[in-house]
Design a protein around this ligand. Structure first.
Ligand SMILES: Nc1ccn([C@H]2C[C@H](O)[C@@H](COP(=O)(O)O)O2)c(=O)n1
Ligand SMILES: [Zn+2]
Length: 202
């Protein structure tokens, strides 16, 4: 009998599907954002399923998160974040680790604004998969959709296969240690104790 059949153990069934993996990566990146009111992440994937760019919203390099303003309702435009912040989509494109983004798909937490749509189009990205379209009625989203459509960039709402993805470092630690001889874990302090990606609109 074919040993592959004789010894074969069935694969796990509850593994992460590709699209959930990409959108979860976008949401994980968003956790790096210092914006107190809105954290956005983006993840770009090539036609071979490889992640080729990740980004989140933040101030440009050299512009301190502690010195530039995070406000959004200052009467002085110079006192608002909008003047300074780079959107997640722009950062993901600029952070690319491939020669070209032609034909790629972008997974993003929030529908791209008109400025990001311009950069998406120019980069050659062919599809945008978004989680939330909460600004659908605003001119910057209407303009964005008009440009994406004219340029032949498809967009669709993300449909998660898994509703909840949890990475609990304490739990992972516990599971690993239960398989090892028990030695006292002196001075063990996980840096991050709990990460949860739950697919609800941002
Ligand atoms: N598609 C988007 C939309 C927004 N952002 C960034 C820009 C700001 O940091 C924040 C939005 O702030 P709000 O007006 O909701 O307080 O999110 C982005 O990166 N990508
Ligand atoms: Zn934008």
């Amino acid at each position: 009998m074919d040993s592959r059949k004789k010894f074969k153990q069935s694969k796990r069934q509850d593994y992460l599907q590709w699209e959930d993996y990409y959108m979860a990566t976008a949401f994980l990146a968003a956790k790096r954002s210092k914006d107190p009111t809105c954290q956005v992440g983006a993840c770009i994937v090539d036609d071979q399923k490889r992640i080729v760019g990740i980004g989140y919203n933040g101030f440009p390099n050299g512009c301190s998160d502690d010195e530039f303003p995070w406000s959004k309702d200052s009467p002085d435009p110079l006192g608002n974040k909008f003047m300074y912040v780079c959107h997640a989509e722009l950062n993901a494109i600029l952070n690319k680790n491939a020669t070209s983004l032609r034909g790629c798909t972008m997974y993003v937490a929030l529908f791209p604004c008109n400025e990001c749509a311009k950069v998406i189009i120019q980069s050659g990205i062919r599809e945008v998969v978004y989680m939330s379209d909460k600004h659908a009625h605003k001119p910057h989203t209407v303009a964005s959709k008009d440009m994406l459509t004219a340029a032949g960039v498809a967009f669709r709402k993300f449909e998660p296969k898994m509703k909840r993805i949890v990475i609990d470092f304490e739990d992972i630690d516990r599971q690993n240690f239960s398989q090892l001889p028990q030695t006292p874990q002196k001075d063990h302090h996980p840096i991050i104790t709990d990460t949860l990606v739950s697919f609800h609109p941002v």
